[in-house]
Design a protein around this ligand. Structure first.
Ligand code: F0G
Length: 485
C-alpha cells in the first residue's frame, strides 16, 4: 500500500467513523462518492463546504466566469500593480452593506486568503489602532505635564511608567470561533484548540452574553493625568476590539441576541474600540440577508468575509474597515503573496452579482428554503422530544442539538463521552442514508445544516428520513445501527 503522508492519522479516524469517502464529483447539493469497487454513489451534501457553498458545488454562473478568466489568460498573480477588479469587488460588497444597514460610509477592503487570515488582519489593524490611541493619550498627558509643577509631573510619570505597555486584550463571546491561526485561535473559545498555543499571541476574554459591560469594566487600566491643576485618572485603551459572530457556527449554531449586540455596540462606542463582525460563515446570504448582522442592526466597524466569497472555486477573504477607523499606513505593513489575486476577485464579484440578481431573489430563496428545512427539523423535535433537545439558527444556517447521550454503558455513550457523538451519527447518515452532515466541532451534540439555496424538498426529505432513523434508535437505546460491522 502507498505511504499515507497527508494527515494519515486523521484519515484513520475518518475511516473508523465511516467518513473516509472519496468524493470525485460535485454539482449543486450533490456529491458523488467513488466506492472501492469503482461504483459512484450519490450523496446529498448538507455540509456545504462548512458554509462556503451558498450557490452549491460548481454553480454554472461561477464555472462560466472561471472558464472565461482562464480562456482569456487573465493574469492571476500580478502583485504590486493596480488591481481594479479588487476595487470592483470591494465596491460591490459596499453597495450591499450600505443598503442593508442604511448607511453611506465607505468601507475600505484589505484582502486575504482564508477566514482565519482575515481575522488575523483584523487583529493587527485593531492593535495598530489601539497603539495609536495609546500614543495619542500619552502625548496629551505629556503636554499637560510640561506645564505642571515638577514634583507632580515626576510623581505622575512614575505612576504611569510601564502602564502604557499593558498588552492588548480582545473580547469575544463564549462559544465563539474565529479561526485556528496563532492570533485568531486565541479568540476561539474551545480550550482544546486554544490553550496549547496561548503563549503565542494576545489573549481574549470570553464574555457571557449578559455581561458585556462588566467584562469591559474588568479590563480597566488607568493612568494619571493633570487637568486644571488636579491629578486625575484616565482610561488606558486596553481592549483592542470586540469580535462577534452574528450567528455562531462552529460553536453550535447560536443566533446572536439583539440585546447583546446592542450592549457590544454601546460598549465599543463608549470606550473607543472597534466591533469586528465575523461574517466568515454567516455572510453571503445564507441567513436571508447578505450580511447576517443586518437582521439585528449590528453595524461593525470591521466586517470579515470569507468562505462563500470564493464561490466554491477560489480561496479568498476580505476585511472591510469603515473609513473613519481605517489606517492607510496599514497597507504598507501588511501583505500576502496570494491576496487580491485576479481570479478570486473576479469570482467574488460574480458571487455578489448572482446573489443580488433579480432584486435579491437569492436571499428570499435562502429564507424560504431555510424555513422549509427548519420546519422539517422542528417536526422531528416534536416527534422525538426526549431525543432532540433543540433546533435553532437562521435561514440556511441551522443546527439540531441532541439531548445528552453520555449516560449509560453502551458504545454510543462512550463515543458521546469522547465528544464523538455527532461524528458517529454523521458516519451512519452517510453510509445508511446517503446524506452528508457534520456536527459543529466545538459542540459535537449538535448537527449543522448549511446546504445551498438550491436544496430541494426531496433532498430535505432524504435528510429527515435519515434523522428519523437516528432519533428512533436513540429513543429506543438501540446502538446497533451506529456500530461498525
Ligand atoms: N470565522 C468563522 C466565523 C468561521 O466559521 C471560521 C471557520 C473562521 C473564522 C476561520 O476560517 O477556516 O477559512 O480559516 N469555520 C470552519 C467551521 C472551520 O468549521 O465552521 P478558515
Amino acid at each position: 500500500m502507498a505511504l499515507e503522508l497527508a494527515e494519515a492519522h486523521l484519515r484513520g479516524l475518518l475511516s473508523q467513523l465511516g467518513l473516509d469517502a472519496e468524493y470525485v464529483r460535485g454539482s449543486g447539493d450533490v456529491l458523488w462518492w467513488r466506492t472501492a469497487s469503482g461504483e459512484e454513489v450519490e450523496v446529498v451534501d448538507f455540509v456545504g463546504g462548512y458554509g462556503s457553498l451558498v450557490l452549491g458545488h460548481h454553480h454554472p454562473g461561477i464555472v462560466a466566469r472561471a472558464r472565461e478568466l482562464l480562456d482569456h489568460e487573465v493574469p492571476v498573480h500580478a502583485q504590486f500593480s493596480y488591481h481594479p477588479y479588487a476595487n470592483d469587488l470591494a465596491a460591490a460588497l459596499n453597495r450591499v452593506l450600505w443598503r442593508e444597514f442604511d448607511v453611506t460610509e465607505p468601507y475600505s477592503a484589505i484582502f486575504a486568503n482564508t477566514g482565519a487570515e482575515a481575522v488575523e488582519v483584523a487583529l493587527k489593524h485593531a492593535e495598530m489602532d489601539r497603539g495609536a490611541r495609546v500614543a495619542a493619550l500619552r502625548e496629551e498627558i505629556e503636554a499637560h505635564l510640561a506645564s505642571a509643577p515638577a514634583d507632580v509631573a515626576a510623581r505622575v510619570r512614575e505612576h504611569n511608567e510601564g502602564r502604557f505597555d499593558t498588552p492588548p486584550v480582545f473580547l469575544t463571546l463564549e462559544g465563539s470561533f474565529h479561526g485556528k491561526l496563532a492570533g485568531s485561535v486565541q479568540l476561539t473559545h474551545n480550550a482544546g484548540y486554544r490553550v496549547p498555543f496561548r503563549a503565542l499571541a494576545a489573549q481574549a476574554r470570553f464574555v457571557a452574553g449578559g455581561e458585556v459591560a462588566k467584562a469591559v469594566e474588568a479590563e480597566r487600566v488607568t493612568v494619571l493625568d493633570v487637568e486644571a491643576g488636579r491629578v486625575v485618572e484616565r482610561d488606558l485603551p486596553v481592549v483592542a476590539a470586540f469580535f462577534v459572530e452574528p450567528v455562531q457556527g462552529e460553536g453550535g449554531i447560536r443566533v446572536l441576541d439583539e440585546a447583546v449586540a446592542r450592549d457590544i455596540r454601546a460598549a465599543a462606542d463608549a470606550h473607543g474600540f472597534p466591533v469586528v463582525v465575523d461574517e466568515v460563515q454567516s455572510g453571503f446570504g445564507r441567513t436571508g440577508a447578505f450580511y447576517a448582522a443586518s437582521h439585528i442592526g449590528l453595524l461593525g466597524d470591521y466586517v470579515v468575509l470569507a468562505k462563500a466569497l470564493g464561490g466554491g472555486l477560489a480561496k479568498a477573504s476580505v476585511l472591510l474597515v469603515r473609513q473613519s477607523r481605517y489606517l492607510p499606513d496599514f497597507e504598507l505593513l501588511h501583505s500576502s503573496t496570494f491576496a487580491k489575486d485576479a481570479f478570486s476577485c473576479h469570482i467574488g464579484t460574480r458571487v455578489v452579482e448572482l446573489l443580488e440578481a433579480d432584486g435579491g431573489a437569492a436571499y428570499q430563496r435562502a429564507a424560504e428554503r431555510g424555513a422549509a428545512l427548519e420546519a422539517a427539523l422542528r417536526s422531528l423535535r416534536e416527534e422525538f422530544p426526549e431525543v432532540v433537545a433543540d433546533v435553532r439558527g437562521r435561514g440556511l444556517m441551522l443546527g439540531l442539538e441532541f439531548a445528552d447521550q453520555t449516560e449509560g454503558t453502551g458504545q454510543l455513550a462512550e463515543f458521546a463521552r469522547q465528544g464523538l457523538l455527532g461524528y458517529v451519527l454523521s458516519g451512519y447518515l452517510l453510509n445508511a442514508h446517503r446524506v452528508r452532515v457534520f456536527p459543529t466541532a466545538s459542540a459535537s451534540h449538535t448537527l449543522r445544516f448549511e446546504p445551498s439555496i438550491g436544496i430541494s424538498d426531496d433532498q430535505i426529505a432524504q435528510l429527515v428520513t435519515g434523522l428519523r432513523a437516528v432519533c428512533t434508535a436513540l429513543r429506543d437505546k438501540d446502538d446497533s445501527p451506529f456500530l461498525p460491522g
